[in-house]
Design a protein around this ligand. Structure first.
Ligand SMILES: [Fe+2]
Length: 280
């Protein structure tokens, strides 16, 4: 009997030790993750402070790349890597002359000073922080081309990290539109045109679908607003259904005060979606 008790006691203690070890490991992982995201945030904020426009560029690229990561069904770890590498991808441009932004990466003219070296410069800066080693590797490859004509390593096809192939597409689109080289429609057409030469065709196709839809919505004045943002004069773009499937208002309904109050009432009862597509 006492042997049994002793065994049970040993088991209980062992279990306690195990639970403590798991807790310790979980805390260690959390601290490491906080260090990682803290470092990325610090570098990203620094980039925005030094160059506001470049800061806006990398944030836009990160948002496009995040949407692409979901569309391409990447795992959570990979999506995070894409996002954080996007935020830092052009950090190597901080030391380049300002005229670098006038360069069109689709043109045949030679790139300005500092342009060819910026992926490597970014990688060197980032990899000085050991927890960011994976981010540094992606940053190095964001100007590689699917056909092997990119830089700095002339990697080809699947040898280019997928995260970098995603950033390449998002980066080119935002660069062309933000720095005045092309309209959004022209930039999107350029992404399609350079699929299989500059860009991974699967990534380029996914981006085309994503942005084509967004641009159509912008071109037709359609926007997605929260219920609290509804204003008199908006017109419903789609049928507005209640959660039980019943039609509250058909598409094309002009929103007056009464209609908005009605939608708000159902929203308070969690009976309509929190965001609604409208146009004016
Ligand atoms: Fe770049």
């Amino acid at each position: 009997m006492s042997d049994t008790q002793s065994w049970e006691e040993k088991y209980r203690k062992c279990n306690e030790e195990y639970e403590k070890a798991v807790l310790y490991l979980k805390k260690a992982v959390m601290v490491q993750k906080q260090n990682f995201t803290g470092m990325v945030a610090l570098l990203s904020d620094m980039l925005s402070m030094v160059n506001k426009e470049l800061g806006s560029h990398v944030k836009s690229v990160a948002e496009y790349a995040k949407s692409l990561s979901f569309l391409l069904k990447l795992e959570k770890d990979q999506r995070e890597l894409v996002y954080y590498a996007s935020l830092l991808h052009d950090i190597g441009l901080l030391s380049a002359p300002k005229d670098v932004y006038a360069y069109n990466p689709l043109s045949d003219s030679p790139p300005p000073e500092g342009y060819l070296g910026h992926p490597g410069a970014g990688e060197n800066l980032i990899k000085s922080i050991p927890t960011l080693a994976r981010v540094a590797a992606v940053v190095r490859s964001h100007h590689e081309h699917w056909d092997g004509t990119g830089f700095p390593d002339k990697l080809e096809g699947g040898a280019i990290p997928l995260e970098a192939r995603i950033i390449a597409v998002a980066n080119t689109f935002d660069w062309l539109t933000r720095f005045g080289h092309m309209s959004p429609r022209e930039s999107l057409a350029a992404i399609k045109e350079h699929s299989e030469t500059m860009f991974d065709p699967v990534v380029a196709e996914a981006f085309y679908g994503l942005m084509d839809q967004r641009l159509k919505e912008q071109e037709t004045g359609i926007k997605k607003v929260s219920v609290s943002e509804l204003r008199v004069g908006y017109i419903l773009n789609d049928d507005l259904l209640l959660s039980n499937g019943m039609l509250l208002f058909p598409s094309g309904t002009y929103l007056n005060h009464e209609a908005i109050e009605r939608i708000k009432k159902f929203h308070d009862q969690l009976a309509v979606a929190s965001h609604i597509r409208v146009h004016q």
